[in-house]
Design a protein around this ligand. Structure first.
Ligand code: BGP
Length: 463
């Protein structure tokens, strides 16, 4: 069987500034929340590797772009660093940062690789966090100023912009589950952060529309389809609530221009609604996007709660559902994430049926594996499991496209093994192996497979 994709399909990968650039406090850059957190609690990071020890893209960008070319990428997403570009968050632009990002963008274009640029990928400048981060409405203004500066500087060459990468992750990590700074656990503060992020997104979209730039603007969301344990109505309600909180809290505003009424009612019922201003609904309506990036790693399986909630405990999402471990599920044991290929098809089908079939692409999908050196054969990592992972997802993606889903590309997480936040370099995701100490780069077997797939605009079972 041969799987051929539509003409001009985007084949590429994604990465982010903080996870690859290195030089995390040089070149005029100020600290992010990650530098600050690492300085105070290095033991929270796998093998105490922090954001300064990454794959050195800041110095080796030309070599890395040559590798992208070798992998037959026609497109590549990375992010700009707010703290590198505007070190104090709200003031002067750093000329060294402008020169660096100009070089990267120009070199990508020279190599025939279309740059996709994200404005914010988990890396809040510490100066802005000190003002309250996304809890403070003023940060919304500061973000849209930063966005406009980026559009003005690079918008003549960057035609695909994304305001945020996975905006729910800093909400979950920083304000609910303690895996991002500032390590708060408080649902109402989390809801405020999420709400202000949506406002910041919409303000940036407004600025983009007002400036009549040449390209298009979107957002990248990690969509985790919510599957109920069974068709028991209690399980269905649990899945609906998880979907409202973790998917539709961002998906509806950016595609439909408003929040789901059920979500508003749910938060109201538990007294968790953030403060709103009358003009907000018009702003949110203006935040509708041109292009949706979908990051898909794993499904979310839930069931109704087995026990009653302790009403004296603070409200948390888990008041509304329990997690469900489906018997026989296939796991990536290193990351602890279920591998469920049909999820990619279910996401696309949901978008086609319930959201008017928006223009979208898979902006991340990937598999992090520990200790990949054990798979080295003749000097190269033979990561057959990654080829199976990618081809398994691409088959379901292909089916979705055959049925009419408007999916324009597939980007893998990620190009080169990179720094995974608190997990440091524990799980490796790259098409290219990175030896951290020597900074040597070696293409893995999956990288060669992907290069052939991109060149053929598809793959056959035997490839
Ligand atoms: C996504 C992020 C990436 C990346 C990836 C892998 O959520 O957009 O930044 O890190 O997941 O996850 P992790 O690094 O946590 O293993």
């Amino acid at each position: 069987m041969k799987y051929t994709f539509p003409e001009h399909f985007w084949w590429g990968s994604a990465s982010s500034a903080l996870q690859t650039e290195g030089q995390s406090q040089q070149g005029g850059k100020s600290a992010t929340t990650w530098d600050h957190w690492y300085a105070s609690q290095p033991y929270r990071f796998h093998q105490q590797v922090g954001p300064q020890d990454t794959s050195t893209f800041y110095e080796n960008w030309r070599q890395d772009i040559a590798l992208l070319k070798q992998l037959n990428h026609n497109s590549f997403r990375t992010s700009l660093s707010w703290s590198r570009l505007i070190p104090d968050g709200v003031g002067e632009v750093n000329p060294e940062a402008v020169a660096f990002y100009n070089s990267v963008i120009d070199e990508l274009l020279a190599q025939g690789i279309t740059p996709f640029i994200t404005l914010f990928h988990f890396d809040m400048p510490m100066v802005m966090q000190e003002k309250g981060g996304w809890e403070n409405r003023e940060v919304v203004e500061a973000f849209s100023r930063y966005a406009k500066i980026c559009f003005d500087l690079f918008g003549n060459r960057v035609l695909h912009w994304f305001t945020f990468n996975e905006p729910i992750v800093p909400v979950e990590g920083g304000y609910l589950y303690d895996f991002h700074y500032p390590n708060v656990v408080d649902f109402k503060r989390a809801a405020t952060v999420a709400y202000h992020t949506v406002l910041a997104h919409a303000s940036a979209v407004r600025a983009y529309r007002a400036g009549h730039y040449a390209g298009e603007i979107g957002i990248v969301l990690n969509l985790t389809p919510s599957y109920p344990r069974s068709n028991n109505p209690a399980d269905l309600t649990a899945a609906h609530h998880a979907d409202l909180l973790f998917n539709r809290s961002f998906l509806d505003p950016v595609l439909l221009g408003e929040y789901p009424a059920d979500l508003v009612a749910l938060l109201k019922k538990y007294d968790q609604l953030p403060a709103c201003l009358p003009e907000d609904s018009a702003l949110i309506a203006d935040g509708k996007i041109d292009l949706l990036g979908i990051n898909y790693y794993q499904p979310r399986r839930v069931k109704c709660r087995d026990s009653a909630v302790n009403p004296a405990s603070p409200f948390m999402p888990e008041w509304l559902f329990d997690y469900y471990e489906m018997p026989g599920r296939k796991m990536n044991p290193y990351r602890g994430w279920e591998i469920y290929e049909p999820g990619i098809y279910d996401i696309l089908t949901n978008l086609r049926i319930n959201y008017g079939n928006p223009r979208c692409f898979i902006s991340e999908n990937g598999m992090g594996v520990e200790n990949e050196q054990r798979f080295i054969e003749n000097g190269q990592i033979n990561d057959q499991y990654r080829i199976e992972f990618v081809s398994g997802h691409l088959k379901w993606l292909h089916k979705g496209i055959q049925e009419g889903c408007h999916c324009l590309g597939y980007h893998m997480w990620t190009f080169i093994d990179n720094w995974s936040w608190c997990n440091g370099y524990k799980n490796r995701y790259g098409f290219v192996q990175l030896d951290l100490a020597s900074q040597t780069r070696t293409i893995k077997h999956s990288g060669e497979w992907f290069a052939a797939t991109a060149a053929n605009n598809g793959f056959s079972e035997e490839q």
